[in-house]
Structure formats: structure tokens, C-alpha cells
Design a protein. Sequence first.
Length: 599
Amino acid sequence: MDSSKLLNSFTFYASTTLSMFRYLISFSLKFTQIPIFFTLIDTLISTYYRFCDLSPFTVDLDDQTTVHFWISNHRRHHKPNLVIIHGYGGDARWQFYHQVGPLSDKFNLFVPDLVFFGKSYSGRSDRTDVFQASCVVQGLKRLGVDRFSVYSISYGGYVAYRVAQMCPAGVVEKVVIVSSGVGSTCDQRDEQIRRVGRDPRDLLVPRHPRDLRMLVRLTTYKDDPLRWLPDFVLREFIYAMYNTHRKEKLELVEHLLAKAPDSDLPTLNQETLLIWGDKDNVFPVNLAYQLQRVCCLSPYTINLDPETTMHFWTTKDRSPSKPNLVMIHGYGGDARSQFLYQVGGLSRKFNLYMPDLLFFGKSYSHNPDRTDVFQARCVVEGLKKLGVDMFSVYSISYGGFVAYRMAEMYPEEVERVVIVSAGVGCTEEQKSQQLRKIGRDPKRLLLPENPADLRVLLSLSMCRSNPLKWVPDFFLQCLIDGLSGNNKKQKLELVEHLLANKTDRDLPVLSQETLLIWGDHDNVFPIEFAHQLQRHLGAKSRLEIIKDTGHAANVESPEAAAAAGIADATDKAATTAMSDAGTPSASPSGGGAGVELSK
């Protein structure tokens, strides 16, 4: 009996001890998952923000959306208001702790956590930068902020651009964008992803220390600040910063990757400063110059009559001392997307006028006329309403047909003509022979329906290499939907008119000096078309052949195509401008936007 009691007592104590031991082990394992190091640093950063006279403030926009801010405790009326918008590298506090100290002395600061970062959240399904911008603007209104400037970085640049777009210049005064991919094309986006060689979701929303280390190596140039940090510290940061709302953060990245290029990106009315590192490996510096070119133009929409609307991009600050240059695009997009590489240099020396031809961009007509004559008439009528009475014309491909008609119909207004790679004056036999050689329906190529069509078009248009070779079909379909989706029926009718029209009959000889620019490997309109058109035009024409270039001269050889255009020995202003075109400048263009490179 005694032995039985002893056994029972031993069993009881043993089981109790084991249970307590299991509990202690379980507790210790959970304790190690608590981000102690991160919590300590996070607390210190919050304390520093309070030391800089900032306090946290939460704004409930509605029953689904909450936006969290750090704001100046005591707003001074003599200080301007500054909104600082962070990117993917944490929340507002972690990304701007270097800046808030000096900035808080000069500005009333408003530092929002974007939705799904920090303490901001929404139950809505919208993952666009427009929604993020709307939430920031609504939050600022609730805080009584009616005038402010915006400073943004990386992903925050997308949001800041939309904030400036949706608010008039009287509300958003100035915009600063640091190292952001705003305005990048699908090709540029895909090329950058291929160069990095990693899924951007793994880098922007890392799961493992190795992902975070690679992200930091990509985003810093001089040294690697994580080099000596152990993995357990990085795990704490990832656990605390990225595991909260991970699904929603990934959806934000997926939206950026899937969205069509910013073909309708508006030009901002506010003064805009772009700041870039000259060794940026995430958004290379050419994107800064590209965005600057967009910022130096303003949009104008002109109603010619109840049926027809023309949309133009024009130089913001027109100068009477500058000659006027009209740039007419082809089928490869609208005006702005086709001349991205030229407008930066040209805008410094010319008053630029870039119309979207009818049924491209934002131009439209209910008139059933699909001729190049009607297109030419609409462009010139739009220019007259803009107060432009004399101008030169630079055109490419389909735009060359329109430019030729403009010069024919308005000899007093059109001073000089440049035609790049256009089939003006080709015979019916040449047209049929070229279609047989290509072996594809031209309507399917000029208005591609799928990635295969677009790849064929690019291989025909380019001589040196196909830039879409490594781009996945998913992104190409986004590009097609963005550029070809609108007014497709009318665009097809324009192609059908060109195919049916006998372009070689009664083609007039132009009275203006005319420059023809051709790639020596043009597979769409072969070089013999250029010689034929030059013979027809006679003594007032000149042919410039660009070596190792295909049909898309404005893409393959943008500097050469621009430098040749209107670079006449008798026009030194044009010569200077065209030789500068395509060469990025660090000075502001047109008074609209500037680029600063940090070395």
C-alpha cells in the first residue's frame, strides 16, 4: 500500500513538473518571437518624433478607412505646410527620421502613414495610387490643412503625383519627387525587373533576411548598412514591419506591376522638383529626365465644332523669340508617348505643339471622314485656335501623310517640313509588294490584339534588337490594352483608308523646304520609298539616312532623328536645338520641372 501511494505521488509530481517544463519551453519560444530589438528602436524613433514637436493623430475617413498622421503640435502661420509621403521602406516614422528634425524647424509637418502601412488601414478593395492620394487629401482636409506642398519618395512619388493632380495649384503649391518610377513605360518596367532578376514582390515585401539584404544593396550605393547586422535583427524588422497587412501590401505591388503605362499621365500645374541619385539601380536616372520632359508640357483640349475635339500638348511658357514646331505622331501611341525622347531638348529652343491625331489620345470626332486631309485640317484649325499662325512640322510614319497634306493645304502657314519613315507617294504595286513581303494583315500589326502581333510589329520596326524579347506576355497585353483599347473601330477605318487610297496619284510637289529622314534598314517603308519621294519633291528636298536604324528611328536613334530634323544650314536656331535634342539636361525645362542629381 505504501509503495502504491509512493508511486502515485511520484507520478503526480513528475507529470506536474513536465507540464510546467512544457509551459516554460512554450513561453520561451513565444518570447523569442517578440521583436524586442525592433520594439526598442521603434520606441526611440517615436520619442524622437515627439522631441521634434510632432504628435500622432488618427483620422477616421469613414467606417472602413483610417489614416494615421504624425503632425506638428503647434502650427505656426508664418511656416508653410509640408506633407511628406513615404515609400515601401517602412512607415512614415522609419523612412523620414533623418529629415524631420531640420524640416520641423522650417515647416508645419504632416507625415501620413499610407494605407496598410503603420497604423493606417482600409477595408476597401481599392489598391490604386489614386485611392491612396484621395485618403491623404481627405485626411488633410479633416486636419484643417487647405494649402501645402508635397515631398515624396519612391512609391510615395506615385501618390504625390496623384495628390497634385486632383488638387488645384492653389491647394498643392509645390511638388518634390525623389527617385520614383512615375511615368515609366511597360518596356522600361520589364527591362528593370529582368535586370534585377528577382520578383519585385519578394523585395518590396520581404519574407527573409536575404530578401531585405538584397533590397538594401539595390537601393544604396556607397555602403551596405545591413552588412554587420545579424539575421535575427532583420527577422524582427520584417516581422514587425511587413507581416502586418502583408496580403494588402502585396496587392499594392501587384497593382503597380499590372497597371498600364501612364499614357494619360497629366502634366502638373505646380512647380515640380525631381531629385535622383546618379547611381539609382531601382529607377535609373533616365526615368528622371523622361518625367521632366512630361512636366515641361501642358495639355490643351480644343473643341473645333460640336463634332470634333482636338487635344494638344504645348510648351508651358511660349516665347515669341522661339520658332514654333508641330510634332505629328504615327500609329505607335499618342503624341506624348511617341516623342518622349525628343521633347526635352526641343522644348528649350522651340515652342512645341504636339497634337493627338483624331482617335488617338484624347482627340475624337463624330465626323465619318477618315482621310489624312481631314486630320490635317483639324490639326491646323486647332493651331489657329491656339494662336499659332506660322510653324514648321516634324512627323513620323502615319504622321508623315498628315504633315504632307498640311504643307499642301496651308503653304503660307507651314514653313518647313520633316518627314520620318513615311510611305507618302508609294505606288499601288509597291504597296501590294510590301504587304506580301510582310505576310501579315497590316490592321493586325498597326492595331495588335495580342502579344504575338506586337512582337511581330516591333521586329519589323527595329533593326538592332527587339526590346520585347524578354518581356512576358502579361505585360505586353497591358501595353496593348492601354494604347489600343480606345476608338479601335475608328483606328481600323484609318488604316483601311490608307490601304484603299491611291497615294501616288496627283501627289503635289511641296513649296516648302522638306527634309526626309529614313533608317537604312526600314522594313516597313524601305529606303527606295525615300529616294522616290525625294525625286518627286525635287530641288527643295533633302534625304538624311540614319545608319543601322529601322522604321522606328525615333526609338532606335532618337538623337540622330531629332538632330537631323529641321537642322538646316540656313536656320541656326533650329540647328542648335536639334543637336541638343535627346541630350538630358540638369536644368529645369520650360519653367515647369527641374532635375537635381545627388552624387
